[in-house]
Design a protein around this ligand. Structure first.
Ligand SMILES: Nc1ncnc2c1ncn2[C@@H]1O[C@H](COP(=O)(O)OP(=O)(O)OP(=O)(O)O)[C@@H](O)[C@H]1O
Length: 229
């Protein structure tokens, strides 16, 4: 088992003063593939958001992620933490006014890359990793939903994150395309990147191996291990 990169002990999470999750005890290690399941409104997104400080740890417990203690992380450290986390949402959120490549370039420039050669190489690498090496010139509207999601995953990979958070990444995709996206996330995790993915898609959970953590009744519990594909 790899190094522990998420360590929650007795953590409570609230939104607008309402307790959403209580007494979370959870460790996630390098290279783990974790499915977060649970009913609508059970707190999956709230947990994911706590990992990148969109929801703060304000309801007890201690929380560590990578080298950061979330209990007393400074505001000016948050961008550095977020740079180590790749985030993938169900609604793709690409900038619609520029090509896939330019979307990737925008993120690299915003995160301090200044050599155009290094930028071009990195874009080529991540596009190849997601099987989109020939489509980087296309505008988002010229790409299918699955292709757009691949570009979003490429974008999440740009800064070689230790952790990828995917909040219902197959939510807007047909089952076959969704399966391919999860397969891609598994390939990424096999190379050592931890992936935490929330989903309502139980067929996928059954199909691809992973730890399964269920949000239910204000808490999170590990449930049975799914079968290998
Ligand atoms: N911005 C917010 N402000 C206040 N409460 C919120 C906010 N976002 C979510 N909540 C509440 O927090 C609870 C958990 O919501 P959350 O989005 O984490 O659930 P979820 O399991 O991700 O649901 P879904 O499967 O629909 O994505 C819900 O009761 C919701 O109403």
């Amino acid at each position: 088992m790899g190094e522990i990169i998420v360590d929650y002990k007795g953590v409570g999470l609230s939104r607008d003063g309402n307790s959403i999750l209580q007494d979370l005890n959870l460790q996630i290690s390098e290279g783990d593939f974790v499915y977060l399941i649970g009913k609508v409104g059970s707190g999956k997104s709230t947990f994911l958001k706590s990992l990148y400080c969109e929801v703060l740890i304000d309801d007890g417990g201690t929380a560590y992620i990578l080298d950061y203690c979330l209990n007393d992380i400074k505001r000016n450290q948050i961008p550095f933490l977020r740079r180590k986390i790749g985030i993938v949402f169900q609604d793709f959120q690409l900038l619609i006014d520029r090509s896939a490549e330019k979307n990737l370039e925008f993120v690299l420039k915003a995160t301090g890359w200044d050599s155009q050669d290094a930028i071009d190489n990195r874009i080529r690498e991540v596009l190849t990793q997601v099987g989109m090496q020939n489509k980087g010139y296309k505008m988002p509207h010229e790409l299918s939903g699955g292709e757009q999601q691949r570009i979003v995953i490429a974008r999440a990979l740009l800064n070689s994150p230790a952790l990828i958070l995917a909040d219902e990444p197959t939510g807007n995709l047909d089952p076959e395309t969704g399966t391919q996206i999860v397969k891609l996330l598994h390939e990424i995790s096999e190379k050592g990147t931890t992936v935490i993915m929330s989903t309502h898609n139980y067929a996928i959970v059954q199909k691809f191996h992973g730890r399964i953590i269920k949000c239910d009744d204000g808490s999170m519990k590990e449930v049975m291990i799914s079968s290998h594909s």
